[in-house]
Design a protein around this ligand. Structure first.
Ligand SMILES: NC(=O)c1ccc[n+]([C@@H]2O[C@H](COP(=O)([O-])OP(=O)(O)OC[C@H]3O[C@@H](n4cnc5c(N)ncnc54)[C@H](O)[C@@H]3O)[C@@H](O)[C@H]2O)c1
Length: 296
């Protein structure tokens, strides 16, 4: 069955696998226009914390148009049953290729043929994740990142992409279609180039982090500059992402990674440990992290 012939359609639920930083955020986003969401995690505590987080975001939301849908939680032993009603399932488990492969294979095994299977991975594209997997319906697998870039692989059914674009719009997202298989999403690649060049000018001693941030905010009128933003994401995470680009593409300069490695070795991880390009107190660390986790 083609995904566009889904019997559940938009009346079905969105199932999210993994109730961590991103999963709970997506549960909030997919339920803000009345859609039903089921959040699945191995750990009960993560499910409880995920629900609390959704409530917290709802009570802080100012938009009167929100029409909150039900958010249920479940553990993986109920997954096969839960999936029967799903029009979309999004994996949000940790950034580990083997784990992602295992989860996607399991979802393909249990989910009805019409259910779209998406990965929210920041660094592994769907082609890399399904590489070597024997799937029943590989044409319904794709990447759907955060809020929201949609990227298929060469066999993804175009109707799955158009259905997801249409549905995500109806659910309050502003979707973009990544038209070719790409190592990194559109926004992430552009942001990666900004981070890389920032680290390069710093490593050359051209200017200080405070000067980079000041000039960036002055010209582009953004609330944060690149160094402030990298501190929020975490310098170890920034390095992992840059390493992944360097492993997959030619021509990525090594100086930015060496500069980051030196910072990390001197104990500077960013907001999460109170010291990065800047020094932070605990209060600032918490609020800033909640607000900015999507911008890896
Ligand atoms: N953290 C971010 O800001 C961010 C932003 C964009 C994209 N992402 C992507 O989202 C994905 C998840 O990242 P995260 O930061 O939310 O991770 P996380 O570690 O915060 O959460 C992962 C959750 O998955 C659960 N889990 C692990 N194995 C599971 C399984 N087999 N079944 C069900 N649950 C399982 C864990 O218990 C945990 O709660 C990654 O692929 C990452 O690249 C993260």
């Amino acid at each position: 069955m083609s995904v566009s012939q889904s019997p559940a359609g938009s009346d079905g639920s969105v199932v999210i696998i993994g109730a961590g930083t991103q999963g709970r955020r997506l549960a909030f986003m997919w339920s803000r226009r009345g859609g039903a969401v089921c959040l699945v995690d191995l750990q009960k505590q993560q499910l409880e914390d995920g629900l609390k987080y959704v409530k917290q975001l709802r009570s802080a939301a100012l938009d009167q148009e929100f029409n909150w849908g039900e958010v249920k939680v479940a553990q993986p032993d109920a997954l096969e049953t839960i999936l029967q009603d799903a029009w979309l399932v999004v994996e949000c488990v940790p950034e580990n290729w083997a784990l992602k492969q295992k989860v996607i294979a399991q979802l393909d095994h249990w989910a009805p043929a019409h259910t779209i299977i998406a990965s929210n991975s920041s660094s592994y594209g769907i082609s890399e994740i399904i590489d070597g997997l024997e799937l029943k319906h590989r044409n319904r697998t794709l990447s759907a990142h955060c809020s929201i870039e949609i990227m298929g692989h060469r066999d993804t059914d175009p109707s799955a992409i158009s259905l997801l674009i249409e549905q995500s719009r109806d659910h309050g997202f502003s979707p973009f279609h990544v038209k070719k298989d790409s190592i990194g999403y559109i926004y992430n690649r552009i942001w990666a180039a900004i981070k890389r060049e920032t680290l390069l000018v710093l490593s050359e001693g051209v200017c200080t982090p405070r000067e980079v941030d000041a000039i960036f905010k002055d010209v582009l009128k953004t609330p944060k500059g690149p160094c402030e933003q990298m501190d929020v994401v975490g310098l170890d995470v920034v390095l992992d992402i840059e390493n992944h680009y360097a492993d997959s593409r030619v021509g990525i300069p090594s100086e930015p990674r060496i500069y980051l490695q030196t910072m990390i070795e001197s104990g500077r991880l960013g907001v999460k440990n109170g010291s990065g390009f800047y020094e932070y107190g605990n209060e600032f660390a918490e609020t800033s992290h909640v607000m900015n986790t999507a911008n890896l």
